[in-house]
Write a protein that binds this ligand. Structure first.
Ligand code: SAH
Length: 390
């Protein structure tokens, strides 16, 4: 990538200065790419050449998931939006340019219905009111939409009317879930939930396969770039067909099932029970028989595999931002897979984990950043690591 002077532009979003969601809107698209490349290089260039970041052609309206908090503004008007950076004050957002525009319209209608029925938003400071957050997830390929109403308690007065009005105006909504969060916490979702309309999950299609997604399961938020990410990872893996592989931190089983077409057997491990339940259903829906999913902490699971000396040819790992832990990495090294494909949304923790692998007989072969989160400073990277001596 040619490095040039960064070019400033007028941020296209009017909330940019206050909202913490995006960090790079004040730069041209080319300059944003350059900044991300530099972030990836800062952490990873000591391991080898960092390839040019794979960018998104239309870097807007890519998010398939929104989470808005509800409350009152200064004049006691109903507001809904993101929290201002590092605070719990809500910015009333009409339109978010990185999100699915349909979700903004559903939020508008929700506000309209709330005003009509005098439904109270939750007020954090006083712990009064009803609606805390609305989470919307869209299956971009199927068009299915999930709305999760996060409420402070379980008594939903006027529930029937609310559902009727919302789904009449938005027939694209295929399921509505009521999630009860009665704790004073910054966590959005509570533990208890009930499906109040539709089947309780949505489906989407990635790399030609169909995936169901429940409200609490992880699903990549930029499906278009997810296909780029997965194709990059599988191309690096260069499977020959007879491998037995492990997909660690497997979520709803997307990577496992897509990879299953190219190998003999896949084992997926994921800690979230809802994700594992979705993954098992997804294997059935797509008629994939050479995959087994386990619900466990990835580190403990790896330890058990290592103890039993299970033969594993390759590991694809995609941990959360905190990266992997020593239990996992230590067992990974004793399992001695020939190849590791490490997908990460945080190059800093990835670099820390790579150091560990490098000091245990592995070497980095390829480093490829992918832009999964345009307008923000988040960087996703895929790294191919192989064993030095067989
Ligand atoms: N590979 C999947 C999911 C990646 S996100 C995809 O591309 O969609 C990371 C996943 O790791 C999440 O599903 C999260 O629930 C899971 N996770 C977090 N900590 C874990 C742990 N200690 N053990 C196993 N899974 C974990």
């Amino acid at each position: 990538m040619n490095k040039t002077q960064l070019v400033n532009v007028k941020p296209p979003c009017i909330y940019y200065e206050r909202c913490g969601g995006c960090q790079l809107q004040h730069l041209s698209n080319e300059s944003q790419n350059q900044v991300k490349q530099e972030i990836a290089e800062k952490y990873l260039s000591s391991f080898g050449k960092v390839e040019d970041i794979l960018v998104m052609e239309h870097p807007y309206e890519y998010r398939n998931k929104i989470q808005y908090s509800f409350g009152y503004g200064r004049k006691k008007e109903l507001i809904a939006g993101m929290y201002a950076e590092n605070s719990h004050s809500i910015i009333d957002i009409d339109q978010c340019i990185i999100q699915d525009p349909q979700a903004d319209r559903i939020i508008h209608t929700t506000k309209k219905i709330m005003k009509k029925y005098k439904m109270e938003p939750y007020q954090e400071d006083r712990e009064t009111g009803f609606l805390r957050h609305v989470l919307i997830r869209t299956g971009f390929t199927t068009g299915e939409v999930m709305v999760v109403l996060v409420t402070a308690h379980s008594i939903f007065t006027g529930k029937k009317n609310f559902i009727q009005l919302l789904t009449k105006e938005h027939p694209e909504i295929t399921t509505i879930i009521m999630n009860i969060n009665n704790r004073s916490t910054s966590m959005i979702l509570g533990d208890k939930e009930t499906t109040i309309s539709g089947k309780g999950y949505i489906e989407d299609i990635l790399c030609g396969m169909r995936f169901r997604i429940s409200s609490k399961s992880f699903y990549q938020i930029n499906p278009k770039q997810t296909e780029v990410l997965y194709n990059t990872a599988l191309k690096m893996a260069d499977f020959k067909g007879n491998e037995r592989i492990l997909d660690a931190y497997s979520g709803i089983g997307t990577i496992s099932l897509i990879a299953a077409r190219q190998v003999r057997e896949v084992i997926g491990v994921e800690v979230n029970p809802d994700g594992v339940r979705d993954a098992i259903k997804n294997a059935q829906t797509n008629q994939v028989n050479n995959v087994h999913f386990y619900q466990a902490d990835a580190g403990e699971f790896m330890q058990e595999l290592a103890r039993r000396n299970e033969p594993i040819d390759a590991v694809i790992m995609d941990p959360p931002r905190s990266g992997s832990d020593e239990t996992f990495l230590n067992s990974l090294c004793s399992l001695k897979p020939q190849k590791i494909i490490y997908i990460s949304c945080n190059p800093e923790t990835q670099a820390r984990d790579l150091e560990y692998l490098l000091s245990h007989g592995y070497r980095v072969q390829k480093i490829q950043p992918v832009d999964m989160f345009p307008q923000t400073s988040h960087v996703e990277t895929v790294v191919l690591i192989t064993r030095e001596n067989k």
